[in-house]
Each structure stands twice: as C-alpha cells, then as structure tokens.
Write a protein that binds this ligand. Structure first.
Ligand SMILES: CC(=O)SCCNC(=O)CCNC(=O)[C@H](O)C(C)(C)COP(=O)(O)OP(=O)(O)OC[C@H]1O[C@@H](n2cnc3c(N)ncnc32)[C@H](O)[C@@H]1OP(=O)(O)O
Ligand SMILES: CC(=O)C(=O)O
Length: 531
C-alpha cells in the first residue's frame, strides 16, 4: 500500500477530463499526458477505468512498462461492486486489481435518491457494496480513495445517510473520501459548510472533486481546502464532463502562490504554461486565451492607463509575477493605447523610446486613426512592428516594388468550382518580374503569384506558410460595398506572426496583409531588401 501524502493534488484528466465532449484520447495520447502531469508534479494521476473499455485496460498494461513516473502515483478508477454480488467475484473489481496500480479510486453513491433510482437497490446494500469493495481492495494491498458521488446534493437531501457513507468507507480502510459535486451546482459557502460539518461528524480524511457548472469549480475546491479537505481533484485546463472540472493549473497556482501551500516544487510550477499547452497539443483542444495564469491574455494589457502604471511597476496591474507560472507580460496596442503602451510594446520588440516621447505620441495618433478606419493592431503584432519601425527609421521597409496586380476568376456557372488566376508585375532582385499563380480563390491565387514572383530574389519565402486567414466585414450595413478587414497568420516552422489589411475591396485588404506578412517574415530573418 502506498503512503498517501498529507496534502496533495490528484489529477483526473485521463478519466474525468476525457469525459469532455469531442475529446478523444488514444492510449499513446494518455501516456504522453501522464508524462507531462508527472513533470508538473501532481501527486496522483488517475489513468482511466480498466475493464470499462479496451483502451483503458491497455493503458494500464502499457503504463507498467512505458511510463516512468518520477513523482506521481498512478491510480485506477472504477465503481463499487454490483448490488447483490461479492467484490471478490465482480469482474469490474477484478479489472481494477489487474491494472496493478498502488491506488484504486472507487466511485460510490452517497445520495439516497441515487441509490434507489439509479442503482435500484437499498441504502443498506449500497453501504455493503462500499464496505465490501473497499475492504477487499485494501486487503489486496491497495490504497483506496473513495469518490462519494453527488455528495453535496445527497447531504442536503439526507445528511445522515451521506455521513454514513463517509464513515463506512473510512471504517473499511479508505485513505481519502473525496466529496464530489457531481452536478457542479454548488457555491463556495455551501461547500465550506458541508466540508466543515462532515469533518466534524466523521473525522475522516476528506478530498474534493468539483465540476464547473456554476463557474465555481476552482473556488469551490479552494473553499473545501480552507474548510479542511486535504486531497484536491481536478483536470488540466479544466477539461471534463459538461462544463468541465476544476482546472488544476489554476487550483495549483492558487494554492501555491496565494495560499502558501507548496503542492508542486516552484521550478515545476514555472513549467505550468508549457505543460498546459503541451497537453492541449495532445488533446487537440485549442488553449483558452483567457485561462487564468497560463492563458495568452492572462498578463496581456490593453488599456493605456494600465500600461502607464505598469511602466512604473508591473505589480500595479498584475496580481502575481507571470514568470512564476512560465507566462510573461505583454502589451497590446490598439485605440485604447497611450504613449506608455507604445513605449512598453516597443521595449518588448527591442526599441527604446524612453527618450523620444514625440515618437510614442505620433505612433499613438497613427494607431488610433488607423483603428478608426478598421485596422486592429492588438491582433496583428507584426503589422504594428512594421508601423513602429517606419516611425523609428522614417522609411517604409519594402522588399520589392509593385507595378500592378490583377485577378481573373473563371466560372462555368454550374456546380464546378471556380478557378482564379492572378498576375503580378513587380521589381525584385534587380529585375522586372511578371508572374502568374492559380488558386481556388482570388487570395490563394494572389499568394501563389507573389511567391512565384519573389522566388528567385527571396528563396526564404519557401518556408512561409499561411496558417490562418480571417475576414471581417466592418460596416455590414453597407452590404457588398462595406469595408473589409483581413487578418493573416503566417508561420515558418519556428514561430508565427499576425498581420492585418483593411480596404473596401477584400482582395486588396488581403494583398496588404499578405505583403506585411512577407515583409515581416523576411525582416525577422534578417534578410536585406534585394531590389
Ligand atoms: C460521476 C462519474 O463521472 S463516474 C464515471 C463515469 N464514467 C463512465 O461511465 C465511463 C465509463 N463507463 C462505461 O464504460 C460503462 O458505463 C460501464 C462499463 C462502466 C458499465 O456499462 P454497462 O454495464 O453497460 O452499464 P450501464 O453503463 O448501462 O449502467 C451502469 C451500471 O452501473 C451501475 N452503477 C452506477 N454507479 C455504480 C456504483 N457506484 N457502484 C456500482 N454500480 C454502479 C448502474 O446502476 C448500472 O447498473 P445496471 O447495469 O444494473 O443498470
Ligand atoms: C466521480 C466523479 O467524477 C463525479 O462525481 O463527478
């Protein structure tokens, strides 16, 4: 039986997290995520439900040989035995033993209505199922954690029975009884009261497992800890059934940075952003930009007043040091910027404007004028950097001189897809070039033609790839003659950058964003213009 540390976090990403809509993990994915969770330093990793599906059974088999956990202990999850049977004979319970983990977490009913209606048995038999299954697994050398399902709702309806469930599990040898807000309907004061009363009424070691249906999963988990729970469950990035579980990244950061409870080593917490994003890559769920602590916007500042204070001391508008979770401060430039925003952003980009307040003021005015026309610089850092460079150097960076471009779109009028052809005339690499490109749309054709035209002068462009292309109609009331904004994301395998173009003509707006994208990419590579 493994020793259960005094206070710890228990990750259920691979079990409850995988219950999220559209999230589907292969065994290899689960092994990769488990390794990342171990790197973060969580105490326990719930690997899945062996016996419930072949994938989870295989996970535990492969984990034994492939997963080299340095820190965490693996737990297998399953339910108490079936009513009217013996734990020793229950195939689900056997599968838990076959998983060969030190820890088994059992889900058990603690709400008398669920016992009657979902389990369709008596409250006495449910207690017997808990007693029999826990003591059997403990007898087999496992540490057993018990997830008391629907505990908070059950406690409201029938407190005496809910308490009896906790006492029965503890008496049978469960190391921790995690009180579950299965339907996620609780608010922090309710959690505080119930955890306090259960501790007083049972003296059992309690844990907490919260769902986020009221948006309070993290707050409820912290309330439970404050009331005496010493085992906190959650999932990375808050993945989970319905609206998800308590986000363990936020829980751990709050416990550590706000409440002074060291649950993971500080150098592991500094990897929180990296690990949260690495796990997003595996789950194929786009990281949530406004995720506390590790979101891309968590320390991004847009308002000019904020920037002016941040310039003096970042603490003035930040609740903690972003480096502690591996994040960093960013300044966003928009029509809400002031001179300080420009100065800070310039500093991020490697320009020192502290001694040229006129330049910052001029840049603010230019940004505000352009944003009034529909440009958006907080979503297009690369276009802003080109604009700033122009203000600093007094010249526009140009890698080629455009003579003209033209696009023709052919359609047979039927269901056949139309084809666009772009022709570009420009000067680059010391000569005049006329190039054409075809595409399934005008922008695609223009992109191909421009690459073709610049291929000899700038072979570096071969590495550039259009990652994202977004169009927004700005004054929709104008109908088809409205202004169009195009945002382009380009990558080169080492990073990506965003550019913007605005024009009444969608193709012209795309051209502007495309030219900025190529210009910025070449600039970042240190390529000198070859006219
Ligand atoms: C709150 C939570 O999120 S707990 C985790 C829930 N996770 C999952 O359900 C995912 C994995 N589940 C599965 O693969 C399947 O549901 C299985 C393999 C567990 C069971 O599948 P089946 O045998 O086909 O049963 P089914 O899913 O229809 O119903 C669940 C059965 O478990 C019983 N059950 C539910 N909770 C418990 C419990 N704590 N202890 C014992 N039995 C339970 C139900 O009463 C029901 O019994 P029945 O077969 O007599 O009707
Ligand atoms: C056990 C569990 O996942 C729940 O009660 O929500």
């Amino acid at each position: 039986m493994s020793t259960v540390p005094d206070f710890h976090v228990y990750d259920t990403t691979l079990r409850d997290g995988a219950q999220q809509e559209s999230l589907n993990l292969s065994v290899t994915d689960k092994l990769a995520i488990a390794a990342y969770l171990d790197q973060l330093g969580v105490g326990f990793i719930e690997g899945g439900w062996p016996g419930a599906n072949p994938k989870d059974t295989e996970f535990f088999a492969r984990a034994r040989s492939e997963l080299k956990l340095q820190h965490a202990t693996l737990a297998a999850f399953g339910s108490t035995r079936r009513a009217g049977a013996r734990a020793a004979d229950d195939p689900q319970v056997r599968a838990l033993l076959d998983a060969q983990t030190d820890v088994v977490t059992l889900v058990a009913k603690s709400h008398s209505r669920h016992v009657a209606e979902a389990l369709r048995t008596t409250v006495e038999e449910n207690l017997a199922m808990i007693e029999d299954t826990v003591s059997f697994l403990v007898g087999e050398g496992r540490s057993v954690f018990l997830d008391a399902e629907h505990f908070f709702d059950g406690y409201r309806t029938d407190p005496a029975y809910a308490l009896e469930v906790v006492r029965t599990a503890a008496a049978a040898g469960a190391s921790v009884i995690a009180l579950c807000d299965t339907n996620g309907g609780m608010l922090p004061p309710q959690v505080t009261d119930v955890v306090g009363e259960v501790l007083e009424g049972t003296q059992a070691r309690l844990g907490i497992h919260c769902h986020n249906d009221t948006g309070c999963a993290v707050a409820n988990s912290l309330a439970a800890v404050a009331a005496g729970a010493s085992h906190v469950q959650g999932t990375i990035n808050g993945y989970g059934e319905r609206t998800g579980n308590a986000d363990l990244v936020t829980v751990v950061s709050n416990l550590q940075l706000k409440l002074g409870r060291e649950v993971v080593a500080p150098d592991r917490l500094r990897q929180a952003l990296h690990l949260s994003h690495a796990i997003s890559e595996v789950t194929n769920v786009v990281p949530y930009g406004r995720q506390p602590y590790v979101g891309a916007s968590a320390f991004a500042h847009k308002a000019g007043l904020h920037a002016s204070a941040l310039k003096v001391d970042p603490d003035l508008y930040q609740h903690t040091d972003p480096a502690l979770v591996g994040n960093s401060m960013r300044t966003l430039v928009s029509d809400m910027a002031g001179r300080a925003s420009i100065e800070l952003k310039a500093k991020e980009l490697g320009y020192d404007l502290t001694h040229d307040t006129d330049l910052a003021a001029r840049t603010v005015t230019r940004v505000k004028d352009l944003e009034q026309q529909g440009w958006t610089f907080d979503a297009a850092d690369a276009s802003f950097e080109l604009l700033l460079r122009e203000e600093v150097t007094g010249e526009t960076l140009q890698y080629f001189d455009t003579e003209s471009w033209r696009i023709i779109t052919d359609s047979s009028g039927g269901a056949q897809p139309s084809l666009s052809e772009a022709t570009i005339k420009l000067r680059a690499g010391g000569r005049r070039v006329v190039a054409t490109g075809e595409g399934n749309g005008p922008v695609n054709a223009l992109d191909h033609a421009l690459r073709e035209a610049l291929a000899d002068a700038y072979p570096e462009l071969a590495d550039f790839e259009l990652i994202d292309f977004r169009v927004r109609i700005l004054d929709a009331s104008h109908g088809t003659d409205a202004t169009t904004r195009v945002l382009i994301e380009t990558g080169d395998g080492t990073g990506s950058w965003q550019t913007v173009g605005v024009a009444p003509n969608i193709v012209h707006a795309s051209w502007v964003a495309l030219v900025d994208s190529f210009t910025y990419g070449l600039l970042k590579r240190g390529v000198e213009p070859r006219h």
